[in-house]
Design a protein around this ligand. Structure first.
Ligand code: SP5
Ligand code: ZN
Length: 371
């Protein structure tokens, strides 16, 4: 099929994706600058702007939706916690912190917007205390996911971006890409973690089942297990969640993502995990994707959502897999060949210098293979 005949990818985002500035990852007691930098957003916007110029993509802005669309996935108490925590932190003065200057290797003072991390986590679902510290721990499962003054607004903006994308699918568009930032697939019904606050892909999936009563398949190719998406749909037979990821016995989220987690109750059989060893290459990944697609076809999905992370790339600082740009192109071809209305939702991917090429390659390959 010629380029003229192939479909445009409708791309949804606004410039708020640049505003999210998480401070630190605190991992095993050690503090490092967050990998989820605004430069990631600049790289992705660069790719989308270039594709827009060649008419491969059309760019639209997200619109706002009411909070009930969020409450279909997240507990209202959790969303309230995120809002109140953002408001409280936003009223605090900026924080001066010593940081090692990469050039001089000397400590320098740097100003950060005020932020908060949980002190206690995760300690169960029946808190006896309403202390703000215990409340913070109740709704976070790690210390990689700080709340700043603008976090609630920006997380909501990311959820509106995926909802707008889902709405475009429901209106009959075949290929939509939602550039969501912050990402979403680690966020559970009532927990933030893994850089995620609201589960953008899940909110879109639930919107589609509510509005259309059709079956939604989610394929998660971020290199981490989407523990949040799994938890949200674990008992649901109308949403099939399938994920390929680095073996969680070796990397976060550690507690979920194993092959024996298959769903529960009416949702049994509608959850598929394919953990792969750290260091897996294109061949292993694409074989797993082929198996995933085989299973997905048996579910007869009517919409497809891709949780799209590029952190399996060979040069990603997390060093999970050894995937190449051509590997992502082939993944997009396999996905596009399903011929389903497909919403790709941005998740992780931290090799900033390669993100522009990887996203452009993925979208072009998806567009050219979706007939
Ligand atoms: C959306 C997404 O991709 N979230 C990823 C969250 C990953 N959290 C890992 C925290 C960083 C661990 N750093 C360990 C460095 C060891 N060399
Ligand atoms: Zn990831």
């Amino acid at each position: 099929m010629s380029n003229l005949m192939s479909k445009e990818v409708v791309t949804v985002y606004n410039d708020k994706v640049l505003n999210h500035k998480p401070t630190f990852d605190i991992y095993n007691g050690i503090q490092n600058p967050s990998l989820d930098t605004p430069d990631r957003a600049k790289a992705i916007i660069g790719a989308l702007t270039a594709l827009n110029a060649t008419t491969d993509v059309e760019i639209i802005q997200p619109r706002e939706f009411g909070l009930p669309f969020i409450y279909r996935v997240h507990d209202q108490a959790y969303v309230d916690h995120l809002k109140k925590t953002s408001e409280r932190v936003g009223q605090k003065p900026p924080v001066l912190l010593a940081e090692i200057d990469p050039e001089s290797k000397l400590p320098i003072l740097k100003e950060y917007p005020a932020f908060t991390y949980p002190s206690v986590f995760p300690h169960g679902s029946n808190p006896r205390s309403s202390n703000r510290v215990s409340d913070r721990g109740l709704h976070s499962f790690d210390t990689s996911t700080p709340v700043m003054g603008d976090t609630y607004e920006l997380a909501l903006n990311a959820a509106f971006t995926s909802l707008t994308g889902a709405e475009m699918l429901a209106k009959g568009n075949d290929l939509v890409y939602a550039f969501c930032r912050p990402p979403g697939h680690h966020a559970e019904k009532s927990m933030m973690g893994g850089y995620c606050y609201l589960n953008n892909a899940s909110i879109a999936a639930r919107y589609l089942t509510d509005q259309t009563h059709k079956r939604v398949g989610i394929i998660d190719i971020d290199a981490h297990h989407g523990n949040g998406t799994q938890e949200i749909f674990y008992g649901s037979p109308d949403v099939f969640y399938a994920s390929i990821h680095g073996n969680p016995s070796q990397i976060p989220p550690y507690y979920t993502g194993y092959a024996d987690e298959k769903g529960e109750g009416a949702g049994f059989g509608y959850n598929l995990n394919i953990p792969l060893p750290i260091g897996s290459n294109d061949e292993a990944f694409l074989k797993a994707l082929d198996m995933t697609i085989f299973q997905m076809k048996l579910f007869l999905p009517q919409y497809l959502i891709i949780s799209l992370g590029f952190d399996g790339f060979k040069d990603d600082p997390l060093k999970i897999f050894k995937l190449t740009t051509e590997g992502y192109a082939e993944a997009a071809r396999l996905i596009g060949a399903l011929g389903l209305p497909t919403l790709s939702v941005q998740e992780g991917g931290y090799a900033t210098a390669d993100l522009e090429l990887n996203i452009a390659t993925y979208l072009k390959s998806l567009k050219n293979s979706h007939l």
